[in-house]
Design a protein around this ligand. Structure first.
Ligand SMILES: [Zn+2]
Length: 184
């Protein structure tokens, strides 16, 4: 389905977009680079992405998670409990520390599932913000993990793909079972 079709689809009453759940194949696809001609689509998408992330609640949401195959993600790790929204358009990791950090990650596309993921502790990310300005972010701690997790989504990678096949399958089976039980 084209991204334009989905963005134009009516959101629910609160303006929220449905979040795709693993193992939806859309989550495994690589999103494409945002071009100037996507400006209107992105402008329409961003407020809904933020609303959907905050309502979930989550600290990051990537466009593919709502069925839009564009390299766009929103992040807000709310340092000090205050909102600090960050729009990442065409984000790219341009530097990573040799030092690694392991933290427990979850994902709105795998609700209720968690796993320990090891990633570079610090990253430098180049991205375009919502005004079209090119920016560079130096991130560490939770923000570094969150930004890497969201960029992974743009490449069709989920946090469970960083785990051993055994752990990944355990989580995916548990998610499927919980969803079946909820559907009853
Ligand atoms: Zn996620």
């Amino acid at each position: 389905m084209s991204s334009a079709t989905l963005v134009d689809a009516p959101p629910d009453e609160a303006g929220l977009l449905p979040i795709l759940m693993a193992p939806d194949p859309v989550l495994k696809a690589r999103a494409r680079t945002v071009r100037d001609s996507d400006a209107a689509t992105v402008r329409k998408l961003l407020p809904r992405l933020y609303a959907t992330m905050y309502a979930a609640p989550g600290i990051g949401l990537a466009a593919p998670q709502v069925g839009v195959g564009l390299r766009v993600a929103v992040v807000d790790v709310q340092p000090d409990g205050k909102r600090a929204p960050m729009t990442l358009i065409n984000p790219e990791v341009i530097g990573a520390s040799a030092e690694l950090a392991t933290r427990e990650e979850g994902c709105l596309s795998l609700p209720g599932q968690f796993g320990d993921v090891t990633r570079p502790a610090q990253v430098r990310v180049r991205y375009t913000d919502e005004t079209g300005a090119e920016r560079t972010l130096e991130a560490e701690g939770l923000l570094a993990a969150c930004v890497q997790h969201e960029i992974d989504h743009l490449d069709g990678v989920l946090f469970v793909d960083h785990l051993s096949p055994l752990k990944r399958n355990m989580i995916l089976r548990r998610l499927a079972k919980e969803r079946r039980q909820k559907a009853r």
